[in-house]
Design a protein around this ligand. Structure first.
Ligand code: AMP
Ligand code: MG
Length: 399
């Protein structure tokens, strides 16, 4: 049996980013960039007007200016030369015509026949966005390791990188084991239960940025299990199983993984999730999670999610943690670090936590609606108000 930190270190030492792939812009949202991206040219590529108005020479004393026939519209080449005593109509985004160095807003002008008069003084450069003012040619606009969100994808499009090198989403095979486990649409016969783990874990995989592959349910017989694990590993970058990792007569997953690859640990001193096996087959990580639904999801959160993020090229692997105060007394486990499901709320500068009721490892209701896992080390009863560490499970609105 090893400590949770040791389990984490053994995993992270053996899980690496997947080989980068070249993907089109419309497929890269949420992925991690695997190359530095440089702008080849300036952006904007030409000096442009930021308003609808008049392109003029700023240093021009004429009381009124003759309106030129040429009109500057977005998407057209710069129009005729503007000289003192003249003004050219120009629209937002249109290139500044030669000779002009300022644009006067329409709102600050009065048209009188073929002439226009301005109601305020003109300043050189006003309402002109110079070439290269947003991005300069040669500038690195995005570094390798950047997560590609909306603004980053917009930048890639701006600089014309319509195909980029990114880390792919890890493809993760998810398999349930157990003679008693049946599909959720079936009415369980006596002694059977519905498969909740595979459906829960596939959502967890997708939320972690992976692609989930359902490998179904396999009974507790070594031959079938071995075949299914082989098939899963042939198709996927990583494997998650649930159930069959305790020390019962029908717990075959550990020995099969040892036969196919290398087992790096099979017990972690924690609650829930003690019977947890981590193995590698070739370079593919395999997580054999316990069968109890909460144990499976807590183990996923603590170990599998960070591993999948690493495979997807992320640098930040773990969730943020904060110090919280307990709203009620809590009884720690006498021996194991416990990860209690809780709802935490921020009140001014402090965070407060309430656990989600009975913490049985079979009770999914203790996980549903929880937004944090409290780290409760072994020790005496913790009184109301005691400070503990919470792992925040939602990123929105948190540090
Ligand atoms: P095991 O780890 O196989 O000993 O299973 C521990 C507990 O989790 C048992 O009560 C199983 O019935 C239950 N269990 C195993 N697999 C699943 C599953 N896929 N969905 C829901 N419960 C499961
Ligand atoms: Mg079982």
């Amino acid at each position: 049996m090893i400590e949770p930190e040791e389990a984490w270190e053994r995993i992270i030492a053996r899980v690496n980013p997947l080989p980068p792939v070249c993907r089109r812009l419309d497929e890269v949202g949420g992925l991690v960039l695997a190359e530095d991206v440089r702008a080849e040219g300036d952006h904007p590529p030409f000096a442009a007007s930021t308003v609808d108005g008049w392109a003029v020479v700023a240093e021009d004393e004429s009381p009124q200016r003759r309106i030129l026939e040429a009109e500057g519209r977005a998407g057209t080449a710069p129009g005729a030369r503007v000289v003192p005593g003249t003004a050219a109509r120009i629209m937002t985004g249109a290139p500044i015509p030669p000779g002009a160095d300022a644009v006067v807003m329409l709102e600050d002008s009065v048209v009188e026949g073929d002439f226009v008069r301005f109601t305020r003084a003109v300043r050189p450069g006003e309402n002109v966005r110079p070439a290269g003012s947003d991005v300069q040619a040669g500038q690195v606009v995005l570094r390798a390791g950047t997560v590609l969100g909306p603004a980053e994808v917009g930048l890639l499009a701006t600089v014309g990188h319509w195909e980029v090198w990114v880390y792919p989403r890890p493809r993760v095979a998810v398999l349930s084991t157990g003679d008693e486990v049946v599909e959720p649409w079936k009415t369980p016969a006596p002694g059977q239960i519905r498969d909740s783990n595979r459906y829960a874990l596939m959502v967890a995989v997708r939320e972690a940025g992976g692609e989930a592959i359902s490998m179904g349910i396999v009974p507790d017989r070594p031959e079938g299990m071995r075949e299914r694990l082989r098939a899963a590993l042939a198709e996927a970058d990583a494997l998650i199983t649930s159930g069959g990792v305790s020390v019962g007569r029908y717990d075959h997953i550990g020995p099969i993984l040892a036969e196919l690859g290398t087992v790096h640990f099979n017990r972690v001193r924690q609650k829930p999730g003690k019977p947890l096996t981590f193995a590698t087959v070739g370079n593919k990580p395999c997580f054999a999670l316990p069968g109890n639904p909460v144990s499976a999801l807590v183990s996923f959160e603590l170990y599998v999610r960070p591993a999948l993020r690493r495979m997807a090229g992320h640098a930040r692997l773990r969730r943020p943690e904060v110090t919280v105060h307990l709203r009620h007394p809590v009884q720690p486990d006498p021996e194991r670090l416990e990860f209690m499901r809780a709802v935490v709320e921020r009140e001014e500068d402090e965070w407060w936590a309430r656990t989600t009721g009975a913490q049985a490892s079979s009770r999914l209701l203790s996980m549903a609606g929880a937004n944090a896992l409290l780290r409760i080390p072994p020790g005496p009863t913790l009184p109301e108000g005691a400070a503990v560490t919470a792992i925040l499970l939602e990123n929105d609105g948190h540090p």
